[in-house]
Design a binder for this molecule. Sequence first.
Ligand SMILES: [Zn+2]
Length: 470
Amino acid sequence: MLIKNARIGAESVDLRIGPTVQAVAPQLEPTPDESVLDARGGELLPGLHDHHMHLFAAAAAHESVDCNVGAGTRSQCRELLAARLQQASGGDWIRGVDYQEQQVGELDRWRLDELCPSRPVRIQHRSGKVWVCNSLALQELGFKDSDRIDGLETDGRGALTGRIVRNDSLLAERMRRAKAHKPPDIAAYSRLLASHGIVGITDTSASNRLATLADFQRLSANGDLLQQVTLMGGDDLDSGYLKILLDEDGLPDLAELVRRINRTRHKGRNVAFHCVTHLELVFALAALAEAVPCEQGFDRIEHGAVVDDKMARRLADLGLPVITQPGFLFSKGDQYLADLTGAELGNLYRFAGLQRHGVCVAASSDAPYGPVNPWQIIASAATRRTRSGAMLGEDEQVTAEEALRGYLTPSNRLNQSVSFAQTRGIKVGMPADLCILQGEWSERRGEAGGIDVRATLIGGSVVFDSEQDR
Ligand SMILES: [Zn+2]
């Protein structure tokens, strides 16, 4: 295939591609029968890799009721949420995501019954840690007040509150048993990712196990999942990072955690720590200090939502990259401003400040918990503006190129400071995983969310074409 009229920086180029890039020149003529894609002067980049997301949850959230109802009085927010739940399409069950108690108040089964009594409902808190079921849902899932199950919350009188805390697998298992589980449309979500220029993802779910790996392989083989996938997950995987979820309200026993890390090191695996708070980060570094060091590659810090200067210097010394999510500044920034103190706000989702201390930082989405569109995330990293336009950490602003750079960096090089110029290079022989923008990068880079993709190619196949797919 021939790509005509693409732009790489100041140059206009044509490209001949198969599964890899075969030729790059100012002008190439198509051979007979060769298909041609006209880039119309759009910038040519390597395809993007989202280094932190949760594919199944993101695809499910994409089909769910958005419970983030924005600003308003408590009663306005509740009315709006009730209306969204009552208008939900689909058959019986309703799935909601991203509810925030600051908007609608604390939710339990009874309050959810008031909002939607007629269909079984389960909705997820914005933290991802809690699900709330209404009474109909509890009944259909076979939960009883007499149940005493880990994570299934009861009130002072022993009645189920409808809240399931940090036990997603309990809910998933009961949904399957009740035949209420409808698998999310991965093919549709994969096409959405392609429309943003994404050619690869790292699925960072701690719950990933061998069966999940088989699911991913099946989805790739049957063509539903277009992107290449790097998988993190639980202890039973034989490769990929061990994802360790830390929660400062219930930190594990340090010695046990060290043994767990050492067991995974024996398999040649490294460790990725979910660290949102300062204490979680301190704890992660304490565990790494006692564990067997990694022989190859590097460990990772996911989120690094709060990192002070002292911890930044330690991360730099240890060569631990931070996989951050600037999209949260936009989607949750106003809430952070309301909830957090000045010192916490100053250390929140840092980017440039961590780099000044020598930490490697890469932007990612954490979809479905943050927005998935990389161009919106890149704009958030550059502007650090919340949804309402407030500023969060001006000192932490980076250029759009710097935010994009992480998306163009292969996952095995996230611990290296690679320049934007190096990551964006298009060379003969590289896989033809490409993203062509509409228009030139130099003209569009400053536009918050104003970047559209002209076409996305994976292994030389066009997986998104704006002139056909929209
Ligand atoms: Zn995550």
